[in-house]
Unconditional design. Sequence first.
Length: 154
Amino acid sequence: MKRRSWAVAALVGATMLFSTTPPAGAQAYPTPIGVCGGGKMHVIDKHRLKFGDRGKTYATIYLLYDGSRNCVVTWKSREFAGSTRLRVEAYLQVKGSPTLAARDRHPYLYAGPVIANAAKKCIRWGGRIFLQPRPGHPVLSQRWMPKKPGHCGA
């Protein structure tokens, strides 16, 4: 009987250790698709934010679409996840409407989601990064947003 109990305990422990499902109460690591609501949302474009033409990527702006709604999220690069030295913003503008913006909704990982109904409409989308290299030093900023609308929904 003892041997059987030990075998059952080992099996349960191994299942918990190697399970791909997070334990109850734990949250899965977010993704741009998950933050935008999942379902039919999929990435249709992205833009990397850098300081200068060459150099490391500090954040990536993701544009997602589900057939009627667009969603924009600015995601920090792995190096800056969890850092308050880098702040991010996300923007979305449906043609003829004001620009919607989000700033550091999850201050350690991303800004957004910014979601708008955009079926059969053109949009502008973008984001911004703010970096303070060291305390007391000036804050660097880089913004990207196309001048002309695009990604016109079908």
